[in-house]
Design a protein around this ligand. Structure first.
Ligand code: ZN
Length: 129
């Protein structure tokens, strides 16, 4: 397993980490296999979506913020209940196919780390098998 550090700069943000994941797969020298990406945080997530037009990520965050407002009479004392809910909605892991040593993604797809309670120094675990 390899650990990647992600430094986020806003409370809510999507960070494109596709090239870092491609580097991990290249360094592993795996030709055929599965890559699992796991986020070990309760207020962040991992997702796949379009990384060609940055408006797609900002639209996703805008809609998530409307669906799950920052302040809305939550019970959780820490004050970041919205971030926990967004983490569960988006999910903390993704899995990919490696073929001929390459990460198989659709033309417009990228891999994003989703920050919901930043800014933070975060970690992402990557396993290539
Ligand atoms: Zn909390």
């Amino acid at each position: 397993m390899k650990e990647i550090s992600v430094r986020t700069s806003s409370r809510v943000e999507m960070v494109d980490m596709t090239s870092q994941i491609r580097d991990v797969i290249r360094e592993s020298d795996t030709q055929e296999g599965i890559c699992t990406i796991y986020c070990p945080h309760t207020t962040a997530a991992i997702t796949i979506n379009e990384n060609a037009d940055p408006d797609v990520a900002s639209d996703i965050l805008m809609k998530l913020n409307k669906l799950v407002p920052y302040r809305e009479g939550y019970s959780h004392m820490e004050g970041n209940a919205d971030a926990h809910i967004k983490s569960t909605l988006v999910g903390c892991s993704e899995q990919f196919i490696i073929e001929n040593g390459k990460l198989q993604l659709g033309t417009w797809q990228g891999i994003f780390f989703c920050e919901f309670d930043g800014p933070h120094n975060r970690r992402v675990w990557v396993s290539v098998r």
